[in-house]
Design a protein. Sequence first.
Length: 388
Amino acid sequence: MAEPLDALAADRSLLRELMAIDTTSGQSCSPALDIVGNLLEGAGCEVWRLPGAGRDRDNLIAIAGPVDEPGGLSLSGHIDTVPVGDGWSSDPHMLSERDGRWYGRGSCDMTGFVALATNLLCEAGELDRPLALILTSDEELGSIGASVLAEHRQQLPPLPQACVVGEPTSLRVVRLHKGHLKFTVTVKGAAGHTGTPRSGVNAIDGMCLVLGAIEEQRLRLEQMRSGESSAFDQVPFPVLTPVRVRAGAAWNVIPGEAVVDCGLRVLPDQDAAMLLDEVRGSIDSALGHWPSEWSLEIDNDNPPMCTPRDSEIDVACRSLVDQQQDIGVSYCSDGGHLGRLGLDCVLFGPGDIAVAHQSDEYVPIADMEMARQHMKRLVQARCGGRHE
């Protein structure tokens, strides 16, 4: 049954309003959260504004229905977006409609789902069990807002264990994703004048040894498989990638320091700390005779998501789309940190991840319509009650 046009119009209207606000990660998201919070409070929901990554970068939790009843459903999204960038055919902060799609920054990832989920709580009516909305800040910087929630779990209201994270999956159910551990290796040398090479120790020489060790570990990890590898058909192994190298200050100065930033993406059933220790050991061996010090520092650890296949939310969502296959993805979400809160999460939302973070980002209107139908069925099944 097609969704009523006025419901889709309400989702479009709220998406347009939220999209007009620049919620690029790392800057204030308060104006957007104010809009969402005011709507939810006006609909009779209980709303909590909780600390996030920094000033004006809060998280928001709202609950429709009885807060303390067991069961229910949580819906999760992030309010931040990646920077706009260049190459747009229309204003990225103004929703435009063409070819059956809604265009604009965040339409797909994931302001479209945030608008839909907010409206579902506003429309909830009388429920027997709670329907929660979890909105986080700075997800695009490594799920920082969600990590703060996990660190301050004692401040949170009770949340339904079954959770849909509305990342763009083209309405396929994803119960697994890799983690992403970001770390930095710094090699010290000694500055000097390039005209007299022996006056210093070139840190780039040490960095070459580090990069060689990282490459050896990268190739070793590509041969590694785990019990969940079969769900990751394209990249069934952990991935180690150097992404940025920095060294040197001037043409005539021997670099006294070299730095490389790296990312380690581990499978859901692997121990990131153990694999990182192996990388650290390889670097230490490569720099065994290096005359100066080096260090490895973790910048961000976004954990993997590994929801059991027989969990209620996985079974319920797969039944909606008649999906038998286990699907794992190599990008991260808030699902890893929410899992540390005891939630069983699946990624399940409108739009294609391939157009996220791109110019002319869009979400198909048909996906939004179908997502609304699926979410309403989940709400009715898990929250009961009478719906408006």
